[in-house]
Design a protein around this ligand. Structure first.
Ligand SMILES: C[S@@+](CC[C@H](N)C(=O)[O-])C[C@H]1O[C@@H](n2cnc3c(N)ncnc32)[C@H](O)[C@@H]1O
Length: 183
């Protein structure tokens, strides 16, 4: 059976290599930050964002417990401000939208800042880079976010970007994802 998380990672791994720069735009409990940190290795760099201080604590703990290289910067700010912190092009960026699992469900990503953050992330993408945006349509804000992202990505110039959507069509409330690849 299809494993959506493994599928997401397989797309990222086609673009992200040892020594590259990556960003986790929704750090949460740090699973994606750890994955990116391990992939880019000692000579790479990962920037990770969340608006909840608890997410930074939880991620720091996960990175330390898993022996991650000190190749990361954890930032307590909204992802739409990412270009204030990231001073170089990124090879991969991950958005895992929604709320912190096990946390306060009212603190969720919101359409205005999400769209603004995705635009910022697209502008930060290096040639042959990838953005992965996981959407959770099982809650109302997630469903709307997904539709708006679809509209926005549909309008990107295909000579510069390839935008695609990966969705399990017989499970409409399951998470799905978009990818944006830069040429
Ligand atoms: C589904 S969780 C992310 C899970 C995470 N990637 C992991 O591996 O555990 C979504 C996260 O986005 C964060 N978030 C919500 N709005 C945000 C914003 N404007 N900027 C950055 N992070 C935000 C939430 O606090 C929450 O921790």
């Amino acid at each position: 059976m299809l494993d959506i998380l493994e599928t997401e990672k397989s797309f990222i791994l086609k673009h992200l290599k040892e020594g590259d720069v990556a960003a986790d735009f929704t750090m949460g409990n740090g699973h994606d930050t750890l994955f990116l940190s391990k992939t880019v290795g000692e000579n790479g760099k990962v920037f990770a964002f969340d608006i909840q201080p608890d997410a930074l604590k939880s991620t720091e703990k996960r990175l330390k417990e898993n022996g991650a290289f000190e190749n990361y910067t954890l930032i307590c700010d909204s992802h739409h401000n990412a270009d204030k912190y990231i001073d170089r092009p990124i090879k991969a960026g991950m958005f895992n939208l929604g709320y912190l699992p096990g946390g306060d469900k009212t603190i969720t990503t919101k359409r205005e800042t999400t769209l603004s953050a995705i635009k910022t992330a697209i502008n930060l993408l290096a040639p042959d880079g990838i953005l992965l945006i996981a959407v959770y349509p099982g809650h109302e804000e997630g469903e709307i976010e997904g539709e708006l992202i679809h509209e926005m990505l549909s309008e990107l110039d295909r000579r510069q970007y390839c935008c695609a959507k990966f969705r399990i069509i017989n499970s409409p409330t399951s998470s799905y994802f978009y990818i944006v690849e830069s040429k």
